[in-house]
Design a protein. Structure first.
Length: 256
């Protein structure tokens, strides 16, 4: 019984002696190579955390680049596209009949609406910019059918004003449907613009009152306080510009 126990203890002592010799040799090798001590477990965890943080920083940088490319640069490009379309509608192409030029303007506006609809799922933010810009250009295209044109396509002023009022009504309808304060502000601005270009006392005052009432409705119903403030400023501006010669729009507002 004692012999197996003695042999086991001798074997264990032999293993311990071997491990001590190996440890001593490793220590001599590290001293010769001037190697530092091995990092502790906490140091290993810190290094692992740093490795995990670096990809996060790279991901943030990539997200920032994506945001700049998708939102800011794209926004500037779309605004430039909308302005270019407005210049296309306004530029007098003498080699084209007036009706064809106006038709091409409406086709360009329809193109903006088509692209906006195509981007609605993939790029909702850019789609909204195109949609809003298309609505403004639609109003401008209708405005150019009679006003600010040497050869108006629609000679009857009442018909032209009816077209402007239809676009204004569409803008207010879409603003209410989408609950968009920006669309509401655009609709208010264009509503007062229609009142001024009408150049008729009863038409201008009546439309100004209607737009103000609609603005109050949106402010109370949806808390669009900024749009309400804009309506207040534009109401005063309309009453100041109406009885005078407007040096900005070059329109003579009579007091008939």
């Amino acid at each position: 019984m004692n012999q197996p126990e003695n042999s086991s203890s001798q074997i264990a002592e032999g293993h311990e002696e071997t491990l001590r010799r190996i440890d001593a040799r490793i220590a001599r090798i590290e001293a010769y190579l001037q190697l530092g001590p091995l990092p502790s477990a906490q140091t290993n965890m810190a290094l692992a955390q740093n490795d995990a943080i670096e990809p996060t920083a790279e991901a943030k940088e990539a997200a920032l680049e994506s945001q700049i490319g998708e939102y800011w640069l794209a926004r500037v490009g779309l605004v430039a596209l909308i302005i270019g379309t407005a210049f296309f509608i306004a530029y007098p192409f003498t080699f084209l009949p007036p009706w064809l030029h106006r038709l091409l303007g409406f086709i360009a506006v329809a193109g903006l609406f088509t692209v906006s609809r195509m981007w609605r799922a993939a790029y909702p933010y850019l789609s909204r910019i195109l949609f809003g810009g298309g609505l403004v250009l639609l109003y401008y295209a209708v405005l150019r059918l009679h006003f600010f044109s040497e050869a108006p396509v629609i000679a009857n002023k009442a018909v032209a004003l009816a077209g402007l009022l239809a676009v204004n009504a569409l803008l207010f309808f879409l603003a209410r449907r989408r609950k968009s304060e920006l669309l509401t502000a655009v609709a208010i601005f264009l509503g007062y613009t229609s009142a001024l270009v009408g150049d008729q006392t009863h038409f201008t005052l009546a439309l100004a009152v209607v737009v103000a009432a609609v603005a109050v409705y949106f402010m109370l119903q949806y808390r669009f306080e900024n749009a309400g403030l804009l309506a207040l400023v534009l109401a005063y501006a309309t009453h100041l510009l109406w009885p005078s010669r407007n040096p900005i729009l070059f329109i003579s507002f009579s007091t008939r």
